[in-house]
Ligand binder design. Structure first.
Ligand SMILES: Cc1cc2nc3c(=O)[nH]c(=O)nc-3n(C[C@H](O)[C@H](O)[C@H](O)COP(=O)(O)OP(=O)(O)OC[C@H]3O[C@@H](n4cnc5c(N)ncnc54)[C@H](O)[C@@H]3O)c2cc1C
Length: 244
């Protein structure tokens, strides 16, 4: 590729599955998978309640980190979180046998040289590589509550990625093996970052690209839950969203 290229030798893909498995193993049977129908703060100051199909759970403090579902749950305690939603496709491609033994780097191409702006990374050691469109036309904006607009055709996005692979990445079979659809979230106009909001007994967090911040975010949220006050790093900035 002509033009400048930045190589970050110490960069790499997040090992999300491995990280989640480690966290689950630390929690053991204290972790319960139950759908939360709603969060409320009953009058009388007895602390927040979670409403679940298995019953009502009272807590000293609740941290709402439900991704796309956070604004709906946090609204139950009066928090007004204006999160943006976008539908994003991430096709997966097989690495061609000739390249199977070659180390696969993460890849960000914002040059437009090959007709699209993309990012990509190997999918573990599966011999597959995931690629998504980057930039403003790389996702379809969803409605205020996350609704998919009528007439949305994500097939076009998959074809654009496959076309890029055909033109720019000879080590991959350009026929997508599978497609993952994701709802990407953000608050304010930040592409990377997070914010939290608080009501008595409840902290809610929202943002974009938060996985990489997980270690620092976990500590900040633990502090918010144990002190009942938001650390400055978590406080909403003007224009991102509003706490009441
Ligand atoms: C395509 C794509 C690429 C990304 N790439 C990166 C990246 O390169 N780097 C990075 O740092 N981040 C990346 N992110 C963002 C990252 O995945 C999110 O910021 C992060 O996962 C948010 O964590 P979370 O725990 O708040 O929400 P989530 O990961 O969405 O987890 C929320 C959990 O809550 C559960 N839940 C929701 N509602 C309820 C309910 N009512 N009751 C019970 N459980 C519920 C869900 O099932 C889910 O398990 C990417 C996201 C997408 C979509």
């Amino acid at each position: 590729m002509p033009g400048p290229v930045l190589l970050d030798e110490s960069a790499g893909a997040l090992r999300a599955l491995r990280a989640v498995q480690a966290l689950r193993s630390w929690l053991g049977d204290r972790l319960q998978a139950i759908e939360v129908l709603g969060v409320s703060a009953p009058a009388g100051g007895a602390g927040p309640q979670l409403h679940t199909p298995e019953g009502i759970v009272s807590a000293r403090h609740v941290v709402v980190c439900a991704g796309a579902g956070t604004p709906r749950l946090a609204a139950g305690v009066g928090l007004d979180i204006r999160q943006h939603y976008a539908l994003h496709s991430r096709p997966m491609f097989r690495v061609r046998p000739d390249y199977a033994a070659v180390p696969m780097a993460c890849w960000i191409d914002r040059s437009g040289e090959h007709g699209e702006r993309v990012y990509g990374s190997p999918a573990g050691s599966s011999g597959r590589y995931a690629i998504g469109l980057a930039g403003e036309d790389g996702a379809v904006p969803l409605g205020a509550g996350g609704e998919v607009p009528a007439g949305t055709d994500m097939g076009d996005h998959v074809c654009r990625v496959a076309g890029y692979v055909r033109r720019a990445l000879p080590g991959l079979d350009p026929e997508p093996e599978s497609v993952r659809m994701c709802v990407a979230t953000s608050v304010g106009d930040r592409l990377d970052g997070f914010r939290a909001w608080q009501a008595p007994g409840v902290t809610a967090v929202a943002g974009a690209n938060m996985f990489k911040f997980a270690p620092v975010l976990g500590q900040l949220l633990a502090e918010a839950a144990s002190t009942g006050e938001l650390p400055a790093e978590l406080a909403p900035s003007a224009g991102s969203a509003g706490a009441p």
